[in-house]
Design a protein around this ligand. Structure first.
Ligand SMILES: O=C(O)C(=O)Cc1ccccc1
Length: 366
């Protein structure tokens, strides 16, 4: 299988390139299906692109992620020689993808300690059809280690910390990953949600008036020039965030690429199946068995349920959009299973949507 690993920086200049950083993991893109380019090795692939002189194909792959630089989302992709484009919100990343301004967006969807990222589910719910062409095409697991950051020189060390921090900043997802530490040392201290962990680091690095602390990575501390007062303040050593990789289904240049994580985590529940699919739907569950009937459809098509989430429909109170993830190993026999399940689901649901199929990075049989 030819590999399109990180097209070289020199060959493919980009306007906002971010140099590789500390992260010891990265993603690689591989070419999965047969296409006009599939038989060509990486060097051949480059010369193919050159011979066509097509600007869109020689551009580095553009990846949107939650900025500023040094967020955990950035850390997942930092080793890739891609055109990394920090966005100030998940919404901006989705919009950039829908508008084809980027090739991929990398968005956290759940954390092993703190559960689902509801803003991501809300964007996937796409209640007003703003992101009709956005689908999941990959996933990436990042072990997340949080640190307590303080402005450079404010405190010589954690052992000399005098309890004077009056406000803490971080992304809403991070609070619930560090509750034990926060409960012990920062009980009653004001918590300010910010757009990303890195943003919190940036704020405290600049503010000279207040005594602020931020929860972010060591990568963010180095990037913003802050001190790290305490490392590994997460409740659990296995604290892991799963990121979804999204693409625009109408974009040809990403149609043949499949994501692979070189060192996926080994802990956790490995499924027998190799691919996952995400489907969302809305049901009128006033009738008994409405949900059970939809779930039976997955069973009937050999799709193994691996996760169920809900978000409010925002149509009627207490009505929900369901997000069902299911696993399967693609084969000749089940190649239409997702298509058939969607067709059946459409008979008994509203707003049923196929949100994509991708390679399961935790699969026991990958
Ligand atoms: O804020 C960040 O750095 C993000 O990328 C979102 C996030 C927050 C906490 C854990 C993992 C990802």
């Amino acid at each position: 299988m030819p590999r399109l690993t990180c097209l070289s920086a020199a060959l493919y200049p980009s306007r906002n390139r971010c140099s590789p950083h500390r992260s010891n993991r990265g993603l690689r893109w591989t070419q999965e299906q047969t296409s006009s380019l599939a038989d060509i090795e990486i060097d051949g692939f480059r010369s193919h692109l050159h011979s066509h002189k097509s600007f869109s194909s020689i551009m580095a792959l553009r990846v949107a992620f939650l900025g500023p630089l040094a967020s955990f989302s950035h850390q997942s992709f930092a080793r890739l020689s891609a055109d990394l484009q920090p966005k100030s919100s998940f919404t901006d990343a989705f919009a950039a993808l829908q508008q084809n301004e980027v090739d991929y967006a990398v968005i956290p969807c759940e954390n092993s300690t703190n559960g689902s990222v509801v803003q991501t589910l809300d964007l996937l719910a796409d209640r007003d059809n703003s992101y009709a062409d956005v689908k999941v095409c990959g996933e990436y697991y990042l072990t997340v280690h949080h640190c307590l950051l303080a402005r450079k020189g404010l405190y010589p060390s954690w052992s000399e910390y005098d309890g004077s921090i009056t406000k803490l900043y971080t992304h809403p997802q991070a609070w619930g990953q560090c509750e034990t530490f926060l409960g012990k040392y920062f009980k009653g201290v004001e918590r300010q949600d910010v757009s990303s962990t890195s943003k919190g680091g940036e704020i405290i690095s600049k503010d000279t008036k207040e005594r602020g602390g931020a929860i972010a990575s060591r990568f963010a501390a180095e990037h913003h020039g802050t001190d790290v007062l305490v490392e590994n303040i997460e409740d659990r050593a296995d604290n892991t965030t799963r990121f979804l990789i999204l693409r625009n289904v109408l974009a040809e240049r990403t149609a043949q690429l499949e994501f692979e994580q070189p060192n996926p985590p080994t802990e956790g529940c490995a499924l027998e199946t190799t691919h996952k699919t995400l489907i969302s739907f809305l049901i009128d569950h006033t009738a008994p068995g409405a949900l059970a009937n939809t779930l039976l459809i997955f069973k009937n098509h050999g799709l193994n349920l691996t996760s169920i989430n809900t978000r409010p429909s925002l149509k009627n109170p207490w009505q929900y959009i369901f997000f069902v993830e299911c696993g399967r190993t693609p084969s000749e026999e089940n190649k239409d299973a997702v298509y058939k399940a969607i067709n059946d689901l459409k008979q008994v649901t509203e707003l049923c949507r196929d949100l994509g199929t991708w390679k399961d990075q935790l699969s026991a049989n990958a």
